[in-house]
Write a protein that binds this ligand. Structure first.
Ligand code: ADP
Length: 552
């Protein structure tokens, strides 16, 4: 039996079927890509010509190339034709898509909408949005555009599907951005409103404080001015304008200098320039011309810098107070002190002389001798007081002059220390002398200064009774210090104690005195080209030091 023949026959048939399948695939591809629009097919009855009437080449190419999905449905909603784009949209091979019902891709919740759209599509061109499910069960939004067609094979519905995912995502992003923008706008509007409120209230505050300032400035009996950071004056109150007869325009900038006494001009300019550099408040006395009678009158001028948070000067505020009357009062008082102390000096000298004569009388009882020595002690105190008053007058008149010579500072310090010990036996007074120090000065006057400092150290150290007098040598001068551990004084008082008649007001610690000692001492040291200074801590003590030139 020959079994080879049917097997070979099957082989041939299979080969023929393969060939036909390949040909069919090629044909489909050619049709899709628009390479053919007619084909001859061999069937059992010979060759037959098929023309692709609905598939005009150009449109087929378009449809294949476009981004949108395109399907044609028959009346039952079955897909007759699909482009590859739609197949990839629903994530299925193209061959599988054709023949399926379109509704299979429509999720349950959109089925009704789709049905509606489709029935409207059969009637006329229409559009609508639904989401379709792809094979991965993802919902994808689409715009569906329906157009009914009349094909030879019967009526068909063309559906163009535009994927709205990107557009929807963009819309969503846009929506988010819009919401953010709206939120930011609202926030900005709120901030703006708050800012406006602040500005309004600040403007009001500013107006009130400006009017307040103007009211005060124009109603106090003191000249008031303000200047810019660079020192150019920009405001003067009513009193200045009335007093000097200058207009505001004339006074602005450096115009106010027109009212100054010519002798004070350089000094005022110097103080001003220095303040602009140091950025510190300043004070000086100068004369301003009063327009009503042409008289130059003394004023006390004060300037204060106004600084911002960074410490930069933004303006200067200043005042000028007429102190002419006070000055004249002080002059009269000085004159009185001078005359009175001179007048007192003569009878005091004769009183001392008579006391000496009495003392020289024979057979004086012990009691009388005691009274005489007590009277002499009191006379010495009065003599010191009168001498101090005379010194103050001399200083005021610029007549504190004395001769100088070289002397041994150590010796003088020891003498003063001994005097102190004798006068204040309950105090421990020590010296610290580094070397033999020869200085140039008026020995009597330096003794006066040292004794004054020792007296003060005793007077203002009621509890810690140790006092040190130190003398040291520096390169060109000697430094002399009187150190105590007494009541000390505040920083503010340290600046003022060298002024004439200044006394620290301490209600708990009342001591007799007139505030002349330190003033006279510091003037004496100034005459020696030195300076008397103080370093002090309240309740801890004070150190008074001065310098003297070394003798060569
Ligand atoms: P007086 O002692 O007569 O008051 P001074 O001119 O000698 O005048 O001193 C001025 C002021 O300085 C004193 O009133 C006192 O308040 C203060 N003072 C002076 N020396 C000392 C000191 N060693 N310790 C504390 N305060 C002092």
């Amino acid at each position: 039996m020959n079994v080879e023949q049917p097997y070979e026959k099957f082989q041939d048939e299979i080969e023929e079927l393969h060939r036909q399948l390949a040909e069919a695939n090629d044909t489909i591809l050619a049709i899709r890509s628009g390479q053919v629009d007619a084909l001859i097919v061999e069937n059992g009855h010979g060759h037959q010509l098929y023309t692709l009437k609905t598939a005009d080449q150009t449109y087929r190419v378009f449809i294949e190339k476009m981004k949108e999905g395109a399907v044609t449905l028959n009346e039952d909603g079955m897909i007759l034709y699909s482009n590859s784009q739609f197949a990839s949209m629903v994530n299925m091979p193209l061959a599988k898509v054709v023949g399926l019902r379109f509704a299979e891709f429509v999720p349950e919740e959109y089925k009704e909408t789709f049905k509606d759209l489709m029935s409207r599509g059969w009637e006329s061109d229409s559009k609508g949005e639904i989401s379709l499910m792809n094979e991965r069960n993802e919902l994808i939004p689409f715009l569906l555009s329906f157009t009914s067609l009349e094909l030879d094979e019967g009526p068909a519905l063309s559906v163009i599907l535009t994927n709205l995912s990107t557009q929807k995502e963009n819309e969503r992003q846009l929506q988010i951005k819009n919401e953010m923008l709206e939120e930011a706008r609202k926030k900005a509007a709120r901030m703006n409103e708050e800012l406006e409120d602040i500005v309004k209230s600040r403007t009001k505050d500013l107006l009130v404080s400006r009017e307040h300032f103007k009211f005060l400035a124009d109603n106090i009996p003191v000249i008031v001015w303000t200047a810019q950071a660079d020192g150019n004056a920009d405001y003067f109150n009513k009193l200045w304008l009335e007093y000097t007869g200058l207009s505001l325009e004339d006074s602005r900038g450096s115009g106010s200098q027109k009212a100054l006494h010519p002798d004070d001009f350089d000094r005022v300019v110097q103080v001003w320039n220095q303040a602009l550099v140091t950025k510190l408040s300043f004070q000086f006395e100068y004369r301003i011309r009063r327009a009503s009678d042409g008289e130059y009158r003394w004023h006390l001028g004060k300037g204060e810098p106004v600084k911002d948070d960074q410490g930069n000067i933004v303006a200067w505020f200043g005042t000028s107070t007429d102190i002419e009357n006070q000055k004249q009062e002080i002059d009269r008082k000085d004159e009185f002190i001078s005359v009175a102390s001179h007048e007192l000096k003569t009878p005091l000298t004769s009183l001392k002389g008579y006391m000496q004569l009495i003392q020289m009388q024979p057979d004086l009882s012990d009691t009388v001798n005691l009274y005489i020595s007590k009277a002499n002690a009191s006379l010495t105190k009065i003599q010191h007081l009168i001498n101090d008053l005379l010194d103050v007058s001399k200083i005021k008149a610029g007549k504190l002059k004395f001769s100088t010579s070289a002397f041994d500072l150590g010796e003088l310090v020891n003498v003063c220390c001994e005097n102190g010990k004798y006068m204040y036996p309950s105090y421990t007074i020590k010296t610290e002398i580094s070397d033999t120090i020869m200085v140039v000065g008026n020995e009597e006057r330096i003794e006066q200064v040292l004794m004054n400092l020792i007296n003060n150290a005793v007077k203002y150290s009621p509890q810690n009774k140790e006092i040190i007098i130190r003398a040291e040598k520096d390169t060109n001068f000697a430094i002399i210090s009187v150190i105590d551990s007494g009541i000390g004084m505040s920083r503010a008082d340290q600046k003022k104690i060298f002024e004439r008649f200044y006394r620290v007001e301490d209600k708990k610690f009342l001591t007799p005195g007139l505030g002349m000692g330190l003033y006279i001492s510091s003037e004496i040291i100034k005459e020696h080209q030195g300076e008397l200074i103080v370093k002090s801590q309240l309740h801890e003590g004070s150190v008074f030091s001065f310098t003297l030139p070394l003798a060569n």
